[in-house]
Design a protein around this ligand. Structure first.
Ligand SMILES: Nc1ncnc2c1ncn2[C@@H]1O[C@H](COP(=O)(O)OP(=O)(O)O)[C@@H](O)[C@H]1O
Ligand SMILES: [Mg+2]
Length: 321
């Protein structure tokens, strides 16, 4: 759906983005991660043509973006930024209606859409419709920003550190809501963040950038299992990497069939994460758990020894003994 081929961006002489190639499939959630100044925002702004690229090509559905009508492009792409960019003298409703008004939708259609979006983003209509940005908390303003970006039902959503300025609790909540929203709406999302945990939580495609270049890209699990270099590894959290990886897979993907031995006393549903399984082993002082289905019927076993062997063979290290 979105394709960047050997794209670069030069500001004067400095290369902000240096020869990056990237494909974002339709309906997937791509996170650009990297430390400040590595070119994430510049990459995003080139995709919606806020700034022109210097080299290479950017395609949307196979078409070079410079050939697309800017109005149509604006309708297809929703854009959310950290400072929300809400107009301070406009009500919540008017802010959300920005793009539909530009597109000259009929008034009733706009009103209905605003109401629908406020419900979708958890903003009670009567309470918020007439409020102004200064009357909103950071989290509420960010919801309005997301509602506005979704207003004309774009198929692409570009988000630039949308939750970066929020307190940790509000951030967690909005991350979860965004994940739920995405499971329902299947937008093609490019999400910029410097927070690897946020990226791991949300993305199905991770792109790590450094000094204008892409250092590594792939699924979160692939990067966690095989970070390309110490930089990627440190972004992924070094020592915590094992637990983060375990947080992304399910117990049932690691279980073995029930053996002849006495079943383990502790039981864990197969849909729980491996991280929860490891936590249960520590809590219950055991190396084995019985895995159960939704009706609490045993379907397999989770064994710590086997998990360690599995991770050894993944890394290609020889097994001891
Ligand atoms: N409009 C601009 N003019 C000149 N330099 C810029 C401009 N925008 C960004 N840069 C430079 O490009 C580099 C990448 O910036 P940016 O994409 O904003 O990084 P990030 O979003 O990853 O923090 C930085 O060195 C920044 O100073
Ligand atoms: Mg930025």
């Amino acid at each position: 759906m979105i394709e960047l081929n050997k794209v670069s961006k030069r500001f004067n002489e400095a290369l902000a983005v240096n020869d990056i190639s990237l494909r974002v499939e339709k309906g997937s959630f791509c996170a650009l991660v990297g430390t400040s100044g590595c070119g994430k925002s510049t990459t995003l702004r080139m995709i919606n043509r806020l700034i022109p690229h210097s080299d290479g090509e950017i395609l949307i559905d196979g078409q070079p973006i410079e050939q697309l009508d800017p109005v149509k492009l604006r309708r297809r792409i929703g854009y959310v930024i950290q400072s929300t960019g809400l107009f301070p003298h406009w009500s919540v409703a008017r802010n959300i209606a920005l793009v539909p008004r530009l597109l000259k939708w009929p008034a009733e259609k706009i009103d209905a859409r605003v109401e629908e979006l406020m419900a979708l983003l958890g903003l009670p209509f009567d309470e918020f419709v007439g409020k102004y940005p200064h009357q909103l908390s950071g989290g509420q303003a960010q919801r309005v920003g997301v509602a506005r970006a979704l207003a004309a039902d774009p198929d692409i959503l570009l988000m630039d550190e949308p939750f970066g300025a929020l307190d940790p609790l509000t951030r967690d909540k909005l991350q979860e809501e965004l994940a739920r929203l995405q499971a329902r709406l299947h937008k093609t999302v490019v999400f910029v963040t410097h927070d690897m945990d946020e990226a791991l939580k949300l993305a199905d495609h991770l792109v790590v950038m450094r000094e204008g270049r892409i250092v590594q890209q792939g699924s979160p699990l692939t990067l966690l299992r095989h970070p390309a270099d110490p930089f990627v590894e440190s972004l992924l959290g070094g020592l915590e990497r094992g637990l983060k990886q375990a947080g992304l897979t399910r117990v049932k993907e690691h279980m073995t069939s029930l053996g002849p031995q006495v079943p383990a006393h502790s039981r864990i549903p197969g849909d729980f994460t491996l991280r929860q399984g490891l936590s249960m082993m520590l809590r219950d002082h055991t190396e084995r758990l019985t895995v159960v289905d939704a009706s609490d019927v045993p379907i397999g076993e989770l064994s710590l020894r086997r998990l360690i062997k599995e991770s050894q063979s993944e890394r290609g290290t020889p097994r001891a003994g």
